[in-house]
Write a protein that binds this ligand. Structure first.
Ligand code: NI
Length: 183
């Protein structure tokens, strides 16, 4: 998901900004594969994803958005002026949804400059592996709950425009398909 205000953070060294995969690239519809171990190669991938996300700028990014079909996503919800708060979720799984919903205006770094309101469960419980290689369980609400659901959708080849009306979705896809052909 993109961040509305510009945020540029020097998070670390040895990180690489990767090109983003943009709609209608079929890669975005691919289901990502589970990660078998947390090793230095995976941590480098996580760092590159964070760097790419900060550069965009965005608040969440899934591996597939830089062309890596593995079940990893990064999130940082820190606001401008706050300390960076990077979070890495490996093999995330939603184990509980609330019945109550909440609506946020969502966007996506793979669908630049398009925003739409999406309703999702307001509170979720997510089980995942952290960058420490250990299993964690978090209960999320507010923007974190929305962002996690948006990014976990990416791991399953699902985009936020799949949650809006078919008419709106077809218009967006048409627009991006036309733009891609024009290049
Ligand atoms: Ni997205």
């Amino acid at each position: 998901m993109p961040v509305p205000s510009l945020k540029k953070i020097g998070y670390g060294e040895r990180m690489t900004i990767k090109p983003l995969i943009i709609l209608p690239d079929p890669l975005l519809r691919q289901v990502s594969a589970p990660i078998e171990r947390v090793d230095s190669e995976l941590l480098t991938l996580a760092d590159d994803m964070l760097e790419t996300m900060y550069d965009a700028p965005g608040i969440g990014l899934a591996g597939i958005q830089i062309g890596v079909p593995r079940r990893i996503l990064v999130i940082d919800l820190a606001r401008e002026g706050e300390e960076p708060a990077p979070q890495v979720f490996i093999n995330p799984e939603i184990v509980k949804f609330s019945e109550e919903g909440s609506v946020y205006e969502e966007g996506c770094l793979s669908i630049p400059e398009y925003y739409a309101e999406v309703e999702r469960p307001a509170t979720i419980t997510v089980r995942h592996i952290g960058r420490d290689g250990k299993e964690h369980v978090v209960e999320a609400d507010g923007l974190l709950a929305t962002c996690l659901q948006h990014e976990i959708d990416h791991l399953n080849g699902v985009l936020f425009i799949d949650h809006i009306s078919r008419l709106k979705r077809e218009m967006v896809i048409k627009k991006f398909t036309k733009a891609a052909k024009g290049k």
